[in-house]
Design a binder for this molecule. Sequence first.
Ligand SMILES: Nc1ncnc2c1ncn2[C@@H]1O[C@H](COP(=O)(O)OS(=O)(=O)O)[C@@H](OP(=O)(O)O)[C@H]1O
Ligand SMILES: [Mg+2]
Ligand SMILES: [Mg+2]
Ligand SMILES: [Mg+2]
Length: 350
Amino acid sequence: MAYDKELAAAIKAASLAARLCRKVQKALLQSDVRSKHGRNKSPVTVADYGSQALVSFVLQQEFPGEFSLVAEEDSNDLRKDGGGEIVERITKLVNESLTSDGSYGVSLSSEDILKAIDSGKSEGGSQGRHWVLDPIDGTKGFVKGDQYAVALALLDRGNVVLGVLACPNLPLTSISFAHPHSPNNEVGCLFFAEVGRGTYMQPLDGSSTVKVQVSAVENPEEASFFESYEAAHSMHDLSSLIAQKLGVKAAPIRMDSQVKYGALSRGDGAIYLRFPRNGYREKIWDHAAGSIVVTEAGGVVTDAAGKQLDFSKGKYLDLDTGIIVSNQKLMPLLFDAVRASLAQKSKPQP
Ligand SMILES: Nc1ncnc2c1ncn2[C@@H]1O[C@H](COP(=O)(O)OS(=O)(=O)O)[C@@H](OP(=O)(O)O)[C@H]1O
Ligand SMILES: [Mg+2]
Ligand SMILES: [Mg+2]
Ligand SMILES: [Mg+2]
């Protein structure tokens, strides 16, 4: 159908990148983690760069001449003093991944790798097509040995038309709510969705595919909810107030990254709440793939004012307060609880 070739290329690129990330996570060395500069320091590893270079290279091979990529990382830090050894390591990792796949008979130089990383500098927008990539979403989870995802989506005239979430540490069967963070030796899973065609899940080794649906739970007392692992990324006290107003009984499931969208798309939980602290601007690569994976599985993704997420404005999502995700039946109740909780929080305390 409309995006078949793009979807096949995206699955291939994300699977290769996920394999690279697994390899690095297994052998994670302190020296593989570099710090980003800036106020909110977030880690970046050779796997973030390797994954971005690999996805960028594969997509450019598949779609020569018509390429735009909005991606999280750039090569600025790598080009600074001392980057040489790290760039060599990334280059080796990417070349090993390409050789293992066998489709591309090339060996990339360090400069090719830096260029591939930097071709992710597009600003996106409402015109034409743009790939959107988070090469590792949840780098903090990745470094800890927990959940992370390679998240790749395609925008066509400002709308997300396909999304792939490769989740190397997410078991194929429902996650254990008691131990959502334990890494496992399973193959991991990959979700993919195309607009109008539903959401599917397959093992990362691609051996079989199943259609997935969000939870059909209508009673909030039976619903469980996801939120960020990091309290700095989402206000846990606010989500706990919302859960209390809804009557949710289960404790929150805290996981890093868009794995939360993937798990929700197959009904592992029924609600995802995300309320960043004041002043944080959400980036499109943190939600593009996850949101289509959930909506094509029958779910609803809006901001806290009930508006659809708008991916057409460049690399930032202009949002009202937060992001809420659920199934169609629970959404009206959730929305009321969110509104009441936000109003309560904004009242001056006596
Ligand atoms: N201050 C702040 N507030 C909100 N969000 C932030 C913040 N800082 C970072 N980020 C982004 O959060 C991405 C990680 O996803 P999650 O927040 O879902 O997972 S986590 O539990 O917080 O790790 C993470 O994505 P990656 O950088 O790709 O890991 C960030 O883009
Ligand atoms: Mg990051
Ligand atoms: Mg991210
Ligand atoms: Mg990232």
